[in-house]
Design a protein around this ligand. Structure first.
Ligand code: NAD
Length: 478
């Protein structure tokens, strides 16, 4: 539902008024205490717990089929965990820090204080529409801010539920949900927020950053990209394949940190590819009516995935398809492995964001590292090795937002670690303490005691300056 479709004042005016209302409320109470923030987080946690069924049902409606355990594992539990973690550590994170005072400035006090920024905007995608709205909201509230959220138009049932759930527990001048399409998204990103967090594609991320730059609004960009898997020669390919298949087909590959493609060294690529498909067939023996296998979000995305495989097949790649051909829910895309994909085709150029795994044969580890390093810096990297020197080499010779070793995606689920990309896969990070810092302003406070050095160093400079510089810094002014 587009709540602005028939608004008389136009989207821009309505959004500006909402922002002004939140900012006025913020300025009236700009320093929520730790106790108040903890209470806000408790309210959110309780609402998510109470609405588990409603959340799972809304996601089921939006996806056609969203595996319920995936909703619990990747939306409900991490949101609840983030609330609990922030509540526990909040008071410690908020505590001002004393900093050293240089000899020349003594006696004085130096302190940094973590102050709320004000009103933070959140723009979210459709793939995890609860965790990618409420996860940021946890950090934003923990840092004492107010928040306006623009969820994706591709998940209308979940967006409407979010608006209701948050509207029931927060007044609109504290947390507000703005539903609407890309036009609403554009107007939203042009607002003079105190900070803007955008999660979505790298392509749109550029547009969002341009809009924010117009008002010098600081941004956190959580973007996408192609996250590689490197299977080193010492690691059992069958074991790696089973592990990669779990990550790849979770949410039907519609995960920002999904393993996008695999680099298999030592000529074991073929065995790896067949083992990934076998693992998929074991996890999802049939596709039609299988509640465990999540559907693709829209017909457009389904057609896009079909096109990626067709292009690779036409270029001579070997396509390994799941034995079951879905006929019921037409948006179930079969798990597919593509061996020896053309490197200049769309499959290896664009982020896949679906249940297709290209497997690229590489000569050795150095060739795999070159492959990764000659492409845009990825959001995640997955290294399969039991050899500590090989692990160190992969870590030292690659750059990515995060890493999981001998598994996939799990680094994102750690409450006490930052989550974010680097360069084209993202700017800034959130989750846990880093999330609190991202949405706080680190303010420096200097308070001289008894006298101020600068007051001695005032004009007329000649004699006084010479004397003071000699005394304080041992510096001879010429
Ligand atoms: P998208 O960029 O199309 O849309 C995301 C949001 O931006 C939606 O709410 C949409 O309405 C809004 N939007 C679209 N165009 C806009 C514009 N020009 N100006 C302002 N807002 C606009 O992304 P998507 O298809 O919903 O999500 C998929 C992408 O998101 C993938 O690339 C994936 O990797 C990435 N992603 C990243 C993370 C992360 O945390 N790094 C998490 C999930 C998804």
């Amino acid at each position: 539902m587009d709540q602005f479709a028939s608004a008389p004042g136009g989207i821009e005016e309505l959004l500006s008024r909402l922002l002004e209302r939140q900012r006025a409320a913020f300025m009236a109470a700009p320093r929520p205490t730790a106790r108040e923030r903890a209470e806000h987080l408790q309210r959110l946690e309780t609402a998510v717990k109470k609405n588990q069924d409603a959340i799972a049902n809304a996601l089921g409606t939006d996806f056609g089929n969203r595996a319920r355990p995936e909703t619990v594992l990747a939306e409900i539990l991490p949101t609840i965990a983030a609330c609990g973690f922030a509540r526990k550590h909040l008071a410690g994170w908020m505590r001002p820090q004393r900093r050293a005072v240089g000899l020349n400035f003594k006696p004085a006090v130096n302190r940094v204080e973590y102050t709320p920024k004000g009103v933070v905007g959140v723009v979210a995608p459709w793939n995890y529409p609860i965790y990618l709205t409420l996860g940021p909201l946890v950090d934003i509230l923990a840092a004492g801010n107010r928040c306006m959220i623009k969820p994706s138009e591709l998940t209308p049932a979940t967006s409407a539920l979010l608006a209701k759930l948050l509207g029931d527990i927060f007044p609109p001048e504290q947390v507000a949900v703005v539903q609407g399409d890309v036009a609403v998204g554009r107007a939203f990103c042009a607002l003079k927020f105190d900070h803007l967090l955008y999660t979505g594609s790298t392509h749109v991320g550029r547009e969002v950053m341009r809009a924010a730059a117009e008002n010098l609004v600081p941004v956190t960009l959580e973007l996408g990209g192609k996250s590689p898997v490197i299977v080193a020669e010492d690691y059992d390919v069958g074991k790696a394949a089973k592990s990669v298949a779990v990550g790849k087909f979770f949410n039907a590959g519609q995960t920002c940190v999904s393993p996008d493609y695999a680099l298999v060294t030592g000529g074991r690529a073929e065995k790896f590819a067949h083992s990934v498909l076998a693992a998929a067939e074991a996890m999802y023996p049939k596709l039609d009516g299988n509640p465990d296998y999540t559907a693709v979000i829209s017909d457009r995305h389904h057609a896009r995935l079909t096109g990626l495989v067709a292009e690779a097949e036409a270029a001579g790649a070997t396509i390994l398809r799941h034995r079951d051909k879905p006929t019921g829910n037409t948006r179930h895309f079969p798990p597919t492995v593509v061996l020896n994909p053309p490197l200049d085709g769309k499959l290896m150029q664009d982020e896949i964001f679906g249940p297709i795994l290209p497997v690229v044969r590489t000569e050795n580890l150095d060739a795999a590292l070159d492959f990764v390093n000659t492409r845009p810096r990825p959001l995640a990297l997955y290294a399969y090795t039991n050899d500590s020197a090989t692990e160190r080499k992969i870590l030292d010779q690659t750059i990515s937002g995060g890493v999981t070793v001998n598994s996939t995606m799990l680094h994102v689920a750690q409450d006490d670690m930052p989550f974010g990309g680097i360069g084209p896969s993202g700017i800034g990070a959130y989750h846990g303490h880093e999330g609190f810092l991202e949405f706080s302003h680190t303010r420096s406070l200097h308070k001289p005691r008894f006298f101020t050095a600068i007051e001695i160093l005032k004009p007329p400079y000649a004699t006084r300056m010479r004397l003071a510089l000699k005394m304080l810094a041992g510096f001879e002014l010429k």
